[in-house]
Write a protein that binds this ligand. Structure first.
Ligand code: RIB
Ligand code: CA
Length: 299
């Protein structure tokens, strides 16, 4: 499967990229978006992560802010510059094509591209806006986003990626075949780092990524270990660790307290047609095996 990763690295993004590159997925490139940190930083981080993984895949820089609202970042979770662990700056530069164009080019080339969208959805929505035929070149867009059957992590109702750019998320839902992998499953996508062999400098970097949540956040969410949200998307694509249900879905783009919430019609009460998929459960043990084996092979 040809896969493009649209990302805002981010510690869990770093582990998702690691897992994808160590899998049998054919990763064709990364596009970066503002999210966990400004896009200058997420782009530098993407290049440094690829260096760390010995990969020279292209990186295309994308949107520096959401369509409508002010940009919010989360360095207090992911570390200064958006990424814990001291990776050297990359000598490489992003390609000379904007992320949205890059997505369109790669999708046209492949004809059946899958996008793992693990940051705010601004780039993917822009790509759909500049090439209305894009959905016919895509297999699906698998989004880390939403909080179906779970509380939000950015607001009581909304998950951070969808809350960052609800208008973009709504556009993606309306235009492409989309699967949403939300907090209902990704907060269970954890691993105990002490079960892994993380000796040496490279192991320490991976350990920093795995333990990125500050203590107070783990307490707030009642978690023993940091959730590796974005890696759940890749584990799903490579090892089928999730169950998904087809539902009538809507992203709340209003200005009220539910802005950015992904609303799933679980009982079909609206009579609306089922326009997307949401992950409903995760095989946690299988997720851990897949992540552990990706980390072992990267180290
Ligand atoms: O809500 C979790 C998501 O927000 C993840 O993609 C994480 O990297 C942050 O961007
Ligand atoms: Ca992310």
């Amino acid at each position: 499967m040809a896969l493009l990763i649209d990302t805002d690295p981010g510690c869990d993004d770093a582990l998702a990229i690691l897992l994808a590159l160590e899998s049998d997925l054919d990763v064709v490139g990364l596009t970066t978006v503002a999210g966990n940190a400004p896009v200058e930083d997420t782009t530098e981080n993407a290049l440094s992560i690829l260096d760390f993984l010995d990969s020279d895949l292209p990186v295309a820089r994308g949107a520096d802010r959401p369509f409508v609202k002010r940009q919010e970042t989360a360095e207090f979770i992911h570390g200064e510059g958006g990424l814990h662990g001291d990776l050297p700056d990359s000598a490489r530069k992003p390609v000379n094509t904007a992320a949205a164009e890059f997505i369109v080019e790669r999708a046209r080339e492949d004809g059946d591209l899958t996008i793992a969208a693990i940051g705010p959805l601004t780039n993917v929505a822009l790509a759909l806006a500049i090439e209305p035929d894009l959905p016919s070149y895509l297999d699906e867009v698998v989004v880390m986003g939403g909080a179906v059957r779970a509380p939000g992590n950015r607001t009581p109702a909304a998950e951070a990626n969808l809350h960052a750019d609800p208008d973009a998320a709504s556009r993606v839902l309306q235009s492409a075949r989309a699967t949403f992998v939300g907090l209902g499953v990704t907060t269970r996508a954890t691993i105990d780092p002490s079960t892994l062999d993380l000796r040496g400098a490279r192991g320490e970097t991976v350990e920093e990524w795995l333990t990125y949540y500050p203590e107070e956040l783990k307490q707030r969410y009642g978690l023993e270990h940091s959730p590796i949200h974005d890696a759940a998307v890749i584990a799903h694509l490579t090892a089928d660790v999730l169950d998904v249900d087809r539902r009538a879905l809507e992203v709340d783009t209003s200005e009220g307290p539910c802005r950015g919430a992904l609303v799933a019609d679980e009982y079909g009460v609206t009579g609306e047609s089922k326009n997307g998929e949401v992950a409903s459960s995760i095989d946690v043990e299988r997720f851990r095996e897949v992540l552990a084996s990706g980390i072992e092979s990267a180290l």
